[in-house]
Design a binder for this molecule. Structure first.
Ligand SMILES: [Zn+2]
Ligand SMILES: [Zn+2]
Ligand SMILES: [Zn+2]
Ligand SMILES: [Zn+2]
Ligand SMILES: [Zn+2]
Length: 244
């Protein structure tokens, strides 16, 4: 089911098929950026045509939403999937603080909203050495913006590395043009974030390199999770980071 062509209510004129890309796309469901596994329009009914005329893409989480979900951060809430936010006032996502303009999970009783990919962010990201835990609020400053609180945060198991989901999204949006035309061009701003991190760590000699590697890896995990597919390896970014 997951890997075959499908009909989707949001794009009834054509079938959608499973695809994988290391180039970011804009999801036509939630209107947020995506990478990795996704569904794209076939442009015809039997998926024989490979011209991407429609350029219609959906995150997996947007292509195959759950009718309703609960979330460990909001134990009293029942979130319902909606193809657009309810009402006429501007709504924002409680996880990343960005506007909600497309697909959303909405709790009717308290009015909370979550983008589909934010709602399904993994509570733990790890690859052997590095473990990152998703937290609703963290009392130590974020390495990108220096602020406490704010949006959901990924925190390393050593508790020294904190990065807001909101800040990662900002980085991605600020670099959208470069991201869209080649992931590698986004590295300077990512490097900026890492250098800030390094400055915090300058006093402890010897640990710096190790810390930087961890930060790079952490960033890659967080970015791909926020883009909707935590299994995607952002090869260009990682190669540039480790060659520095
Ligand atoms: Zn989406
Ligand atoms: Zn189409
Ligand atoms: Zn609620
Ligand atoms: Zn969000
Ligand atoms: Zn931040």
């Amino acid at each position: 089911m997951k890997y075959s062509a499908m009909n989707h209510f949001s794009h009834p004129e054509h079938k959608l098929k499973f695809d994988y890309t290391e180039h970011p796309f804009k999801c036509d469901g939630c209107k947020e950026v995506g990478i990795g596994s996704h569904y794209k329009c076939c442009n015809d009914d039997n998926c024989s045509n490979n011209n991407n005329i429609c350029d219609y893409d959906l995150h997996l989480h947007c292509a195959i939403p759950s009718p309703s979900i609960s979330h460990p951060f909001y134990t009293k809430c029942q979130f319902e999937f909606m193809s657009r936010p309810p009402g006429s006032i501007q709504r924002y996502c409680n996880a990343c603080e960005r506007d909600v303009i497309g697909f959303v999970y909405h709790c009717r009783s308290c009015g909370f909203d979550l983008h589909p990919c934010c709602a399904k962010l993994p509570m733990v990201l790890h690859d052997g050495e590095v473990k990152l835990y998703l937290q609703r609020k963290v009392s130590t400053p974020c390495h990108r913006c220096g602020r406490k609180g704010r949006s959901w945060t990924y925190r390393s198991n050593c508790k020294k590395y904190n990065l807001h989901v909101a800040c990662v999204k900002e980085m991605l949006v600020d670099n959208w043009h470069e991201l869209y035309y080649g992931m590698k061009m986004s590295v300077p701003s990512l490097k900026g974030s890492l250098e800030t991190h390094l400055r915090h760590r300058k006093s402890r000699k010897g640990k710096v390199q190790k810390c930087c590697e961890m930060a790079g890896l952490a960033l890659q995990f967080i970015i791909s999770a926020i883009l909707g597919d935590p299994t995607t390896l952002i090869v260009g970014v990682v190669a540039s980071l480790t060659s520095k």
